[in-house]
Design a protein around this ligand. Sequence first.
Ligand code: PLP
Length: 484
Amino acid sequence: MKYISTRGHAGQPTNPEFCDILLGGLAPDGGLYLPESYPRVTRAELDAWRALPYAELAFEILSKFITDIPAADLRAICAKTYTAEVYCHARAGDRAADITPVHWLEPGRLGLLELSNGPTLAFKDMAMQLLGNLFEYVLAKRGESINILGATSGDTGSAAEYAMRGKQGVRVFMLSPHGKMSAFQRAQMYSLQDENIFNIAVTGMFDDAQDIVKAVSNDHAFKVGHKIGAVNSINWARVAAQVVYYFKGYFAATSSNDQEVAFCVPSGNFGNICAGHIARQMGLPVAKLLLATNENDVLDEFFRTGVYRPRKAAETHVTSSPSMDISKASNFERFVYDLVGRDPQKVAALWAEVDAGRAFDLSASAEFARIAEFGFLSGASSHADRLATIRKVFEQYGVMIDTHTADGVKVAWELAGAVPAGVPLLVLETALPVKFSETIVEALGREPERPADLAGIEALPQRVEVMAPDVDAIKRFITERVRG
Ligand SMILES: *Cc1c(COP(=O)(O)O)cnc(C)c1O
């Protein structure tokens, strides 16, 4: 499988393969990598995959995207990644061995696809743990090292750090917005004492942190000289890894491959739902993809109107579902590439507008007129909605959900009428409630249960550097640590 860039120039002289793009971030032209074409899954494959354990299903799906790692090695990497020991936080009564069990609220009709049972209690672990093992494998093979530079609004950073901690040949420099994450999220990241992990709290918003990562990565000499790599959601391997649980969820919610499923996805950077889009393009019977935003509704606005209007950092709301406080969705370009008929010139023109701080408007275009073919519908949620949803799910079903998942459930309820009758609707559970206990207490008047292995982490000593959003200062910080 070869990879192209959404803007047309993926590399010279030939298009790269999976391992070539694994350690990088953006394509050289500033676009995002995508497979030359989406592999189509046959009915026979779906039938054969239905009963597979998660790790084997992951191997089958990933081998369609990863053709430059020997099958036995890839199988071993998947087996080592997707274990009940790593994904050990399943709800009482659900099987940890399923890795991503479905927890039904309304049996057969409305369920939670549990994606947050990994070490950092958010769905980012699903891809990041695989990435950690892939990095280790490829770096060892090539005798190389890498310095991962990332920006996080909370969950990406901790997932990356827990996946990379102690890994040979890997350092992690993680930028986070100072004072914008929950106490639990801060404790998770900043309490890591591993020597290869560096936390930088930037005095600004997530988008400022992300802009710094982009600026550093666009400095080609610095990037090459310092072996800078990325694990942000633009990383193709993360999207590929996320495709797997859409299949797993589909199999869990159906008894035959003649049935369809709908998914509702709490969204920020469009990474999670992008994987759902790709699963659907591969032939998974997905009736609808419901996209849920919080008050930062740039994606909801696009799917309702055809206008993509990224917001400035100052217009970004700080919300109680902070991992979705995104106003420029970094993976959205991958979907738009498909929407405009995989035409890189069109994408490059649209993102020339975005990169200049402007909006683009597809509302009158033939492409947007066909958006229904992609199965997307969208909705938004507010703080009041979130509280009401957390309460209602707890009262009605005795299930505690986190604030992001609540945004998903709110939009799922709102749009359920657009899902064909008899089609199960799975809301992707993107974090466990204990990560956002302040809001849970506000909604329910009680603390969420905390897994025993995470008791008291807020009291641990923290290791973090507070810095201004200054590209040069952050480059110097990296240089000093890398040159040691
Ligand atoms: C990252 C994250 C999201 C948003 O996912 P995207 O891939 O950025 O759309 C939603 N919920 C939680 C808890 C997250 O950590």
